[in-house]
Design a protein around this ligand. Structure first.
Ligand SMILES: Nc1ncnc2c1ncn2[C@@H]1O[C@H](COP(=O)(O)OP(=O)(O)OP(=O)(O)O)[C@@H](O)[C@H]1O
Length: 122
């Protein structure tokens, strides 16, 4: 019988798989690369404008969330293409809804950025 691996080994394996997934996203997905670049720019801006610890927390949360959402969107697109590689109106709807969810948070993140930086710039 297959020996059951310890809880710790299983957790370590899961972290390795997740790390691999994150690397695939950052190195291959154009949308994630763009978000990653914007995240770096916003981090530089954070230092330049000396934002407060609370503003840092909100900014880091926004950068992390938008990249995570882009990752989930990519996974949904991959599943959609795998289960139905040909054109289908339902696949189009699924992809549009998934992209729409990312868009909603992108708008939220832009508003957060405006609230943090507009008073510092003007
Ligand atoms: N198989 C399909 N059937 C119907 N419509 C599709 C299909 N594939 C894509 N679409 C339509 O084209 C749009 C773009 O799909 P696509 O998979 O190219 O995503 P994308 O926005 O280019 O993603 P990314 O650039 O993040 O990889 C979808 O939102 C959907 O409206």
């Amino acid at each position: 019988m297959h020996k059951k691996e310890s809880f710790l080994i299983n957790r370590l394996k899961s972290i390795t798989y997740a790390f691999k997934g994150a690397f695939i996203l950052v190195s291959t997905e154009a949308s994630i690369k763009v978000q990653f670049f914007i995240g770096i720019l916003m981090t530089v801006a954070g230092f330049c404008f000396n934002i407060s610890p609370t503003e840092w927390l909100l900014q880091i949360a926004a950068i992390g969330l938008i990249m995570a959402l882009e990752g989930v969107n990519t996974a949904i697109e991959e599943i959609a293409d795998f289960v139905h590689p040909n054109y289908h109106v339902k696949i189009g709807l699924i992809k549009d809804i998934s992209a729409g969810a990312v868009f909603i948070f992108a708008i939220t993140a832009i508003i957060m950025g405006c609230i943090i930086y507009i008073p510092k710039v003007f």
